[in-house]
Design a binder for this molecule. Structure first.
Ligand code: 5GP
Length: 194
């Protein structure tokens, strides 16, 4: 998606060998027009799949997931990372190791928001080693629902997630695919291909 690649080139900040900071349009401040375009792009890829629910993990997945849910006119459910007084019983849970925070979190979704008739599209901001998407697919399986696929805003093709889901047969669509960071610059996979 050219709009997104241009924005990453303009405002993304490369940190070390494998992290991209996008807090000016996705992870902290959010650009609503860019999110609307992201939602439209995922809709055009998955519109024939009879999606009934969009699933993500709080908090950075929520903006693109909501934009996508608004296109499909289906509910967005985001997995919670923290238990609270209002989130106690009847939960599907999975353990997710966070690539950026380097800690494990238990993510939870209430039984009442996922059922065996659901056809679920997972949305997340990044695909790195695939732990977040994997945790969500475990929850979808536990509910007896169907994972239709995963829509990722920014994929880093050099990390493990893509290969893992290709091997599992999970349909992953990414709007920007980063092949490498070189000298603090982003190299997109489509630039590598040509
Ligand atoms: P994974 O579970 O695929 O290893 O990592 C995905 C999660 O880690 C995303 O939900 C995102 O929050 C975070 N993440 C992974 N890589 C990056 C990155 O390069 N930049 C930012 N800002 N977050 C990342």
């Amino acid at each position: 998606m050219k709009l997104l690649e241009d924005r990453i080139r303009k405002d993304g900040v490369v940190i070390g060998d494998d992290v991209l900071k996008v807090d000016s349009f996705l992870n902290h401040q959010v650009d609503p027009d860019l999110m609307a375009a992201v939602g439209e792009a995922f809709y055009s890829k998955f519109k024939d799949e009879k999606i009934t629910k969009i699933l993500t993990v709080e908090s950075s997945g929520i903006a693109p997931a909501l934009a996508t849910a608004m296109q499909f006119h289906v509910p967005l459910v985001f997995a919670r990372k923290h238990k609270s007084l209002t989130l106690k019983d009847d939960l599907y849970t999975a353990t997710v190791y966070s690539f950026t925070k380097q800690t494990s979190n238990t993510i939870s979704i209430s039984h009442k928001f996922l059922n065996s008739n659901d056809r679920v599209l997972i949305i997340d901001d990044f695909l790195a080693n695939g732990q977040a998407v994997q945790g969500l697919t475990e929850i979808i399986n536990a509910a007896g629902a169907t994972t239709v696929g995963a829509g990722i805003v920014i994929e880093k093709t050099f990390q493990k997630g893509r290969k893992m889901f290709d091997e599992q047969g999970v349909h992953v669509v990414s709007l920007a695919r980063i092949a490498a960071f070189e000298n603090g610059q982003v190299v997109f996979a489509d630039e590598r291909d040509v």
